[in-house]
Ligand binder design. Structure first.
Ligand code: ADP
Ligand code: MG
Length: 612
């Protein structure tokens, strides 16, 4: 007898089910995708005991006639593609024709369906893949599928189910994804007969996110209005700079309506956020990419979670650019909150004697006047830009306000048209937090983080314009590299020059470094170039090249920024805040930590019980 045998259909379906149906949430994913493909306007999902005992999905979509209802339970039966060529441009969520037979083979399954306008419908009962009954049914137009006792005939698989609560949370996440991906469709989710949420069809993504996740989250998001780059349309909602999560759960990207994972998308997001994101943190995104279906292969994974892009670099670039532009443009709206505060002069405010910033009083002197002499000497030491070691010591006497104002700030941008000027400095808390009043209420600024951001943007601007001035090293350093790295660095010498790094060939496999930008002096030049090689390697897209060296700057500015407990006073405070507000991304330091926290009048009123 031949050793090889064809598997019976039921067993083949169970094998396929192993891939498609991982857990109750994957059953729900497949069923909801079918409802969406059928054009449903409302979908109701119910699950009991984490989906292990019962799952039901009811939609008001197209429904099926009896022939189709029978056919949809066959393996590889689908209405969504016809030929192999269609596989190259799938525009529906399903296409494999596998889900229903797979699910039906590992559960007690009931399908009731009726086309709109049909006199009656069809009900089919399947048990472990065997059709047990086909009869007329009088359900409403649309389709209902009920899946009971999932994996009852695959005990090994059933054992792998997690606790009911865990499975229920996977289900909830899955329905969230679908609801966000399709704001125009109404959704309801019942868990153990309790309504988890009900969402009316929404007019916009923002409305859907608000209905689902509340006002607070929506306040943390900004709209990415829609960018077209190289055949990719990117739109959605993304977290403001500094808003992040410790997991990827809320970093959600839909490609042609399908929530997917893909390294190019992850890289694009990280690159777009760049310094607006703390290390190890993930952004919140509800990002939608619409691209020609021919440019993306969805047939990678049976559960269709992964996709492959024809041109991943273009996708990565499109995402990075859209995110970066959005984050920086969100600035204008935010800056409006710094327009003149209508507040009456505080009884504590001391009238200003310096004329350099009209309307901005000097901070409240928190220190007894007797000690002020000492402090005045302190503030002269505030490093306006990063002084190189060995640069002249700060003057003994405090500079006059005018001379502070005229201290050189290389690369400082012309003030933006919307440069906000309306804030009032109240004082400094613990030599660390600058307290400001603006139109919305109280603002706390972390002076160290703020200064880091300012220095970072100055240096970056210099770098981009090719004008980082180099300083000659007293002792040029030489660096030996293995041939691969050597060739690589050699091809990048112009880029390095742009960064203020004077480097040239110095015999086979050897490089000489004789100039470094001011802010890098003091480190080990050889190690520095080695770190740079590492960094440069990961850079291929145009955005990345722009950001050449940024990580390095981000780590070095920290050393040069004003320290948390340095005492700042008068003009320095004003200047620091003005410079911060003129930054492209003022809300967070180059490591993604916030530079400021706003406490609104409303919040204060609630805290004091003035409003409920
Ligand atoms: P696929 O979605 O990959 O085509 P499925 O096994 O999920 O495969 O479904 C098989 C077919 O059954 C679909 O192509 C569709 O024609 C039909 N079908 C499934 N669910 C529904 C539904 N809720 N409403 C209408 N038709 C459906
Ligand atoms: Mg399907």
């Amino acid at each position: 007898m031949s050793r090889i045998q064809l598997l019976p259909e039921e067993v083949a379906s169970q094998v396929a089910a192993g891939e498609v149906v991982e857990r109750p949430a994957s059953v729900i994913k497949e069923l909801v995708e079918n409802s969406l493909d059928a054009g449903a306007a409302r979908i109701e999902i119910a699950a009991r005991r984490g989906g292990a005992s019962m799952i039901r999905v009811v939609d008001d979509g197209s429904g099926m006639d009896r022939d189709d209802a029978l056919l949809c339970l066959e393996r590889h039966a689908t209405s969504k593609i016809r030929t192999g060529l269609d596989l190259a441009s799938v525009s529906t969520l399903g296409f494999r024709g596998e889900a229903l037979p797979s699910i039906a083979s590992v559960s007690r399954f009931r399908l009731a369906t009726r086309e709109h306008g049909a006199v009656g419908g069809t009900e089919i009962v399947v048990n472990g893949g065997r059709i047990e009954a086909v009869r007329d049914s009088g359900e409403a137009p649309g389709t209902q599928i009920e899946v009971r006792s999932l994996f009852y005939n695959l005990p090994a698989r059933r054992k792998f189910l997690r606790s009911e609560a865990t499975e229920a949370s996977h289900i909830e996440h899955q329905v969230h994804l679908q609801a966000i991906g399709h704001p125009g469709v109404g959704f309801a989710l019942l868990l153990d007969d309790r309504l988890a949420f009900q969402l009316a069809p929404a007019a916009s993504l923002a409305e859907r996110v608000r209905d689902l996740l509340g006002d607070k989250l929506v306040g943390d998001l900004i709209e990415l209005p829609g960018f077209d780059t190289g055949g990719v349309h990117v739109r959605g909602l993304i977290g403001k700079p500094g808003v992040s999560r410790s997991t990827r759960q809320q970093q959600i990207v839909f490609v042609n309506g399908r929530a997917v994972e893909n390294p190019a998308l992850n890289h694009g997001l990280r690159e777009g956020y760049h310094t607006a994101l703390m290390k190890g943190q993930f952004p919140i995104t509800y990002l939608f990419l619409d691209i020609d279906p021919g440019q993306v292969d969805v047939n990678v994974h049976p559960a269709k979670r992964e996709v492959r892009f024809r041109n991943p670099a273009a996708i990565r670039e499109a995402v990075a650019q859209a995110v970066r532009i959005t984050l920086e443009s969100g600035r204008a709206a935010w800056a409006r909150s710094f327009l003149p505060a209508p507040a009456p002069a505080s009884p504590f405010a001391v009238p200003t004697e310096s004329a350099q910033s009209p309307g901005i009083p000097e901070p409240l002197p928190l220190i007894p006047p007797a000690q002020q002499h000492v402090l005045r000497n302190d503030w002269a030491e505030f490093p306006r830009t990063s002084p190189a070691p060995g640069s002249p010591a700060p003057p003994e006497t405090p500079p006059s306000p005018a001379s502070v104002e005229s201290l050189p700030l290389p690369g400082r941008p012309a003030p933006a048209v919307d440069a906000p000027t309306g804030f009032r400095i109240i004082g400094v808390l613990g030599r660390l937090y600058i307290l400001l009043e603006n139109a919305q209420g109280l603002v706390l600024v972390d002076q160290h983080a703020a200064h880091e951001r300012i220095l970072f943007e100055q240096m970056r601007r210099q770098m981009e314009t090719g004008g980082v001035p180099g300083q000659r090293l007293l002792m040029p350093a030489t660096l030996q590299l293995p041939p691969r790295d050597f060739d690589w660095v050699r091809s990048r010498i112009p880029d390095l020059h742009k960064m203020g790094i004077g480097i040239e060939e110095f015999g086979p496999g050897t490089l000489k470094i004789d100039t470094l930008p001011e802010y890098l002096i003091g480190g080990d030049p050889g190690q520095l170039v080695r770190d740079l090689i590492e960094e440069l390697r990961g850079m291929d897209s145009a955005t990345s090249r722009l950001r050449l060296g940024e990580d390095l700057i981000a780590t070095t500015v920290c050393r040069h920024a004003v320290k948390a407990h340095d005492l700042l006073r008068g003009p320095e405070l004003v200047r620091l805040i003005e410079d911060l507000l003129a930054c492209d991304l003022p809300y967070c330091c180059p490591h993604g930590r916030p530079t400021m926290i706003q406490i609104s009048h409303g919040e204060l009123e609630r805290k004091f019980g003035r409003v409920v």
